[in-house]
Design a protein around this ligand. Structure first.
Ligand code: NBG
Length: 833
């Protein structure tokens, strides 16, 4: 062992080691030191968990040194910084990513192996950091990776939830939610007990005359909660830049612990106050694309916005610049409307605390913020009740009313003859109770608004935000199509494919410039390359098959076509369409002769995803999938021809196993409902083909990879409204093949039909809002084309390789550069020294 050497001796030993080995030796030494001292374990009593902790701590040391240097560099050069405000950061695991980004995974593998550990087992000890629901949270995590990789001076700001997204278990076919207490054993955060901010709630507003005779407002009384900063280092790939993600945790402020109660002997009630403060950051709301208007959620939003703004303003004030320079130094991106209160908070700071005039302040505010919209679904658009806001944030409500007043006055001036437009665009909806429309506030308070895929951005302009396009002109609205980080979603998840590509391209430069992938197309006819490609897919399928066996007990045939749909369960994403298609396939197989069965392409239909705990229909869909699996997987007449698998607790680390293993994946939302989708990109980048509707980024994926390489089906977005309208007026006929599926369900083939009646009747009787019946025939026919295509393995392989080669556009680095140029106006930092 390396212990017991003094610093001088260590230097000597180190000097005697040849340079290439020195790095390895150092890592080894750090590992041993952490196991023996930080963890107080002996090397002879070191299990996999301790090996994980030791390795993580060794890498953390590295990250934090670079983190410090990066922060110093950013402060010293004093360039414009970007702040990404997101209520969700779906980071997944950190160790593997950290090892790859600093380029020392091989060193760690050898070191661990010397000590008798397999690096994969050690990596698997880590708990996912699951501070997000789905695509929106994962996009934020991809942003952090890209911003660091591209050397942008950038910070993420979020909440440090004590409980991340719940852990999903399936019991008797039903989803059961288990709390995810993820913080034990988390080496990746640094508590900053010295960085605290007092956050105020409730109270009232008083007017007073300041020393210049100006009438000012002051927000008084109410209660104070303390925000404490926790910092998470974010290493870029192949660069020294290590950025910061700052997460806020809530605590009763010391002043808040009620000593009067305490002295009066009411200790319990004093502790209860304490606990109440801590609940603010206790739990992530588990809804994806749905807002419920709960007061605690609004408290979370303000708590996080106010703490982050205080921090940003404090940093700016240290530079002693004039306020007018604020937007030259600070860009703040709002990840959806969740952080919209930051707009109001900055205005409040500038006018109430810093004494700026309204117009001067508002000009600074609008130049600072950019707003990204992620959905057109009406149930996801945030509105807060005016009485709720009046109570919780009285001063902010006043400011919102004032912003609205000035805005409506300007609209009235420009459109004097349009009486309706004022009520349509007002931030305040005149309902009972009145509601604050957060998206409108976000548009009015930002200089740029963007959607996340072309179709989505077009729909925003032509429907939801149409009036605002008229008011502000088209330039305020733009599109930045989403992307994914190739570091995690190719290199980390699929190391062999990444290595094969690197071998052909002469290195890993493509991980920093994904457009270089186009050179892969030259090898599409290279026999050895194709074979290697096919072997890698097979290995990845075997890996998933082992996972399925271990977690569900079912054996799946790795030669079968793996058909995957993993994402949040939502009616608009249409897992019901998929499972109805599976039932259709099952019934067809059952009706076949032995001869006919020989021609069937064996399939494994794989599902995964969580339902929001209160979303009953989504839970019904999960139940149906599991019941179908139960029947199909045990039916001897079907055997290997069809298997149905529900992978419980889908999360980022499972996605890393699943994405590389798919032959085909499903992105089948009703046209016009999916903002972008990002797993579609992950699957194609890993050599899987996709079946999808003309929705979200599927459209641009098709444009990039060519329509011969994708299976598109279903009605177009432009036809959806009309179809819904017709259904509403009774013009609806259930697709006959779907009827056969419903008949089987109603014959109790998959358990008690009563359990699924809401699902079938939503289609048959209640207007089929998501057009499942309208798209069913097209869906089934297209799946037949998939089967046919899969039988020609050579052509399938060519499609797979060609598609990967054409995926360069979907790198998160392209996305980040587009935001930097067209929204933030920030430059990367030079880190050459
Ligand atoms: C989601 C969309 C996805 C999109 C991600 C990231 C919300 C509100 N929206 O289609 O549903 O890919 O955002 O942009 O979670």
């Amino acid at each position: 062992t390396f212990t017991g050497l003094g610093p001088a001796e260590i230097k000597n030993v180190e000097a005697s080691i040849p340079e290439p080995l020195r790095e390895a030796w150092r890592e080894h030494k750090y590992f041993v030191r952490h196991v023996e001292t930080t963890l107080a374990r002996s090397l002879y009593n070191c299990d996999e968990l301790a090996a994980y902790s030791g390795t993580a701590l060794a890498f953390r040391d590295r990250l934090i040194i670079e983190w410090n240097k990066t922060q110093q560099r950013q402060t010293f050069t004093d360039q414009k910084r970007v702040y990404y405000l997101s209520l969700e950061f779906l980071m997944g695991r950190t160790l593997d990513n950290a090892m790859l980004n600093v380029g020392l995974k091989d060193v760690a593998r050898d070191g661990l192996s010397d000590l008798g550990f397999r690096i994969e087992d050690v990596i698997n000890q880590e708990h996912d950091a699951a501070l997000g629901n789905g695509g929106l949270g994962r996009l934020a995590a991809c942003f952090l990776d890209s911003m660091a990789t591209l050397n942008y001076p950038a910070w993420g700001y979020g909440l440090r939830y004590r409980y991340g997204i719940f852990k999903q278990e399936i019991v008797n076919g039903y989803q059961v939610e288990i709390p995810d207490y993820w913080l034990d054993n988390n080496p990746w955060e640094f508590p900053r007990h010295e960085i605290t901010v007092d956050i105020q709630f409730y109270g009232n507003v008083k007017k007073y005359q300041d020393e210049n005779g100006r009438i000012s407002n002051s927000w008084e009384d109410g209660e104070i909660v303390q925000a404490i900063a926790y910092d998470v280092p974010i290493p870029g790939y192949g660069t020294k830049t290590t950025n910061n993600l700052r997460l806020w945790s809530s605590k009763a402020s010391s002043g808040e612990f009620d000593f009067q109660k305490f002295n009066a002997g009411d200790y319990e009630s004093a502790v209860a106050d304490q606990q109440r403060a801590e609940t603010i950051s206790a739990v992530l709301y588990p809804n994806d694309n749905l807002e419920r208007g709960k007061e605690l959620r609004l408290k979370q939003q303000y708590f996080w916005c106010a703490a982050s703004l205080f921090d940003i303003v404090r940093r700016f004030k240290k530079t002693k610049r004039a306020w007018a320079e604020f937007p030259d130094q600070v860009a703040i991106q709002l990840n959806d409307t969740h952080p919209t209160l930051a707009i109001v908070e900055l205005q409040r700071i500038l006018i109430d605390k810093e004494g700026l005039e309204w117009d001067e302040a508002w000009n600074i505010v609008t130049k600072t913020f950019g707003y990204t919209n992620h959905t057109v679904l009406p149930e996801a658009l945030e509105k807060w009740s005016v009485p709720l806001m009046q109570n919780l944030l009285p001063r902010h409500l006043q400011i919102i009313y004032e912003v609205n007043l000035f805005f409506l006055q300007s609209v009235e001036k420009r459109f004097p003859n349009d009486r309706d437009i004022l009520s349509r665009v007002s931030i305040i909806e005149e309902s009972h109770p009145k509601m604050v429309r957060m998206a409108y506030l976000a548009i009015i308070g930002s200089h740029k608004v963007n959607g996340v895929a072309e179709l989505h951005s077009d729909l925003l302009k032509s429907t939801l935000f149409k009036d605002f396009v008229k008011i502000y002109g088209p330039d305020r609205f733009t599109n930045v199509t989403n992307g994914i980080t190739p570091r995690r979603w190719l290199h980390q998840a699929n190391p062999r494919l990444s290595a094969l590509i690197a071998e052909k391209l002469g290195g890993y430069d493509f991980l920093k410039d994904l457009t270089l992938l186009d050179k892969v197309e030259a090898f599409v006819d290279d026999k050895a390359f194709r074979e290697e490609w096919a072997v890698i897919k097979r290995e990845n399928k075997l890996r998933l098959a082992r996972h399925i066996k271990a977690t569900t007990g079912f054996d799946v045939n790795p030669n079968a076509l793996f058909d995957v749909q993993v994402k949040r369960i939502h009616e608009y994403k249409r897992q019901q369409l998929n499972i109805f298609g599976v039932i259709h396939r099952y019934l067809s197989i059952k009706a076949m002769s032995a001869e006919e069965k020989k021609k069937v392409v064996p399939r494994v239909s794989i599902f995964g995803g969580k339902a929001a705990p209160g979303y009953w229909m989504a839970k019904t869909i999960i139940h149906l999938i599991n019941n179908v699996a139960d029947v199909v997987n045990k039916d001897p007449e079907v055997g290997d021809l069809l298997k149905v698998i529900f992978i419980a607790d889908y999360n980022v680390s499972k996605a890393e196993i699943i994405c590389p293993a798919s032959d085909i994946s499903e992105h089948i939302s009703t046209a016009g409902t999916e903002g972008s989708g990002t797993s579609n990109m992950k699957f194609v980048l890993n050599g899987g083909l996709i079946i999808g509707t003309c929705d979200g980024a599927n459209i641009e994926i098709t444009r990039e990879i060519g329509e011969q390489n994708i299976f598109l089906f279903g009605n177009l977005a432009e036809d959806v409204e009309d179809l819904r309208h017709r259904h509403f007026y009774g013009d609806f006929k259930l697709d006959p093949q779907l009827e056969r599926v419903f008949d089987a369900i109603k014959d109790n083939v998959f358990g008690d039909k009563a359990d699924f009646s809401a699902l079938t009747s939503s289609i048959e009787e209640h207007g089929d809002y998501y057009l499942v019946s309208d798209d069913f025939n097209s869906y089934i026919t297209t799946h037949e084309m998939v089967d046919e295509a899969f039988q020609n393995q050579e052509e399938w392989l060519a499609k797979s390789i060609t598609s990967v080669a054409r995926m360069g556009f979907f790198s998160m680095d392209r996305v980040t550069n587009e935001y930097a140029d067209s929204i933030w106006n920030v430059e990367p930092l030079d880190v050459t020294d």
